[in-house]
Structure formats: structure tokens, C-alpha cells
Design a protein around this ligand. Structure first.
Ligand code: ADP
Length: 262
């Protein structure tokens, strides 16, 4: 589809965008080299007090550079998926303690599960990674605390659904992560799935989270949708294909006009 073409063009652009990343990386290296230079000079002058401070600066820069390359490698590595029938609500409940520690005490967490949840056919570690990324984004959007809601429900998509564009009609396990945070203004929303698009300071954001989640969802045969309202909060919904998705035994109409990747 046209949308897939655009996304693959975007992925090709990743190569070019690494130029920008190389620039940031170079800045970090310059910081490290500069600090080492100062360390050597202070060593010659026997100024132990200042040496400790410059070592800290070099270490901080090196740590940020390492984090940057680590995430870049994780992104560029062709993700090989190993889909398995997955109990999504169990995967969520197994992760809740870790998520709670990650988002901190100022954020309340609600976990909601619809009745008789289907199994999803996904790669469990990749889903864990996606969920954790969504929770970190939610945390970052709620610096003064708030509410994080993780909700799983069965869901039918058919061609009459307003969100059905670029969806295979069928059965999905919908996993959504909602926050009561800053929300996304329309210009951020429009670029949120772009690789390397971030509004966060260097070292905190790489802009790879949502584009990786998009890649994961599409490769799994699913989809991602974002709803967001500036000042209100954001919901990111993952539509994961149902394991054994066959029989159309239940239809849930969905009224929806969610944003999708450009
Ligand atoms: P990163 O988190 O490293 O910036 P992402 O691709 O995950 O990269 O997100 C891209 C941008 O989308 C973020 O920088 C932020 O501006 C916006 N964003 C993502 N999730 C949320 C959210 N839950 N609330 C508000 N803005 C968000």
C-alpha cells in the first residue's frame, strides 16, 4: 500500500538520518576528549580535586554515547520475530512490578482486562519491549505524576470500521497504554512514528521508540494507533493478531478516528 511504501522510504531515510546522529555522537566524543585533556594537565599540576570532576564529565559523556549506540544497533538490527501464542494479560501482569519501579511512585497504574481474552500471535520479548517503551513514554509525559492505564481487550476490525484503513479485517487483541499526561500537539502527533523524531533532550530520547513499535506491530501482522489530545493525555493502542484468528463469532463495532503513521 501507499502507506507501507512511505514507511519503507522512511526506513531508508534512517541511513541518512544517522548523519545527524553521528553529529550528536561526535559532540559527546569531543566532551570526553576535552575532559581527558584537562585531566592530563591537572595531573601534571597535581590538582587531584579537579581531576575527579573531569573524570565524572568524561564518564557521563561516554555513558550517553554508549546508550545512543546501543539503541541505534538495536534499531538497525533486523528484528527477527518468533511469534508464539501469547497470553497478553499474563505478560502484562508479569511486568507490572517492573513497570511500577520504572515509572515511579507518582504515577498510579491501572490494569484492565476484558472478558475471555484471546491469545495473541506475537513475539513475547518484542511485545514486552514495546509495552515498556510505551510506559516510559507515558511516564515522560507525566512529570508531575498521573495515571497510567494498561488495557487489554478483544477486538474485531472489519472494513467498515473507521480505523480499518491499512488493517487486515479480522480478530485482534487490542493492548492500549493510556496516560493523563501532556498529550501531543498535532505537529508532534504527525511525526511521532518517524525514526529519530524526539522532543526529548539528548540522552533521554532517541526518537526510536514509536518507530520500533510500529515496525514490530506491522511485522506481526497488526497495527498501532495513537489518540492524543494536548493537555489531556495520550493513548497508544497496539492491535495484535489473534492466535488461531478464524471464526467470526463476535463483532464489536468500533467508532474510531485515530491517527496513523503517515
Ligand atoms: P522518544 O521517546 O525517544 O522521544 P518515541 O519514538 O517513543 O521516541 O516518541 C517520539 C515523540 O513522541 C516523543 O519525543 C514525544 O514528543 C512524543 N510522545 C511519545 N509518546 C508520548 C506520550 N505518551 N505523550 C506525549 N508525547 C508522546
Amino acid at each position: 500500500t501507499e502507506e507501507q511504501l512511505r514507511q519503507s522510504q522512511k526506513m531508508e531515510a534512517v541511513g541518512q538520518l544517522t548523519g545527524g546522529l553521528a553529529h550528536d555522537f561526535n559532540n559527546l566524543l569531543t566532551g570526553i576528549i576535552g575532559a581527558h585533556d584537562l585531566i592530563k594537565r591537572r595531573l601534571a599540576q597535581n590538582r587531584a580535586d579537579e581531576i575527579g570532576r573531569y573524570v565524572d564529565i568524561a564518564t557521563a559523556s561516554a555513558t550517553r554515547a554508549a546508550a545512543l549506540t546501543h539503541r541505534l544497533l538495536a534499531f538497525s538490527r533486523r528484528q527477527t520475530l518468533d511469534p508464539k501464542p501469547t497470553d497478553v494479560d499474563r505478560l502484562v501482569s508479569d511486568m507490572v512490578d517492573m513497570i511500577r519501579r520504572t515509572v515511579g511512585p507518582s504515577i498510579n497504574i491501572d490494569v484492565i482486562n476484558g472478558p475471555d481474552l484471546w491469545l495473541a500471535l506475537v513475539d513475547p520479548p518484542q511485545l514486552e519491549n514495546a509495552l515498556l517503551n510505551l510506559c516510559i513514554n507515558a511516564r515522560d509525559a507525566m512529570p508531575d505524576g498521573g495515571r497510567l492505564t494498561i488495557e487489554a481487550d478483544n477486538c474485531w476490525i472489519d472494513s467498515r470500521n473507521a480505523i480499518a484503513r491499512d488493517f487486515e479485517a479480522g480478530a485482534y487483541l487490542k493492548l492500549s497504554v493510556s496516560d493523563t499526561g501532556t498529550g501531543m500537539p498535532p505537529d508532534v502527533m504527525a511525526r511521532a512514528f518517524d525514526p529519530f523524531f524526539t522532543t526529548k533532550p539528548l540522552g533521554q530520547g532517541t526518537g526510536l521508540g514509536l518507530s520500533m513499535i510500529y515496525g514490530f506491530a506491522k511485522q506481526s501482522g497488526g497495527q498501532v494507533r495513537i489518540h492524543s489530545q494536548a493537555g489531556q493525555g495520550t493513548t497508544v493502542a497496539l492491535y495484535l493478531p489473534r492466535h488461531d484468528g478464524g471464526s467470526a463469532d463476535r463483532r464489536t463495532p468500533i467508532e474510531d478516528t485515530a491517527a496513523m503513521p503517515r
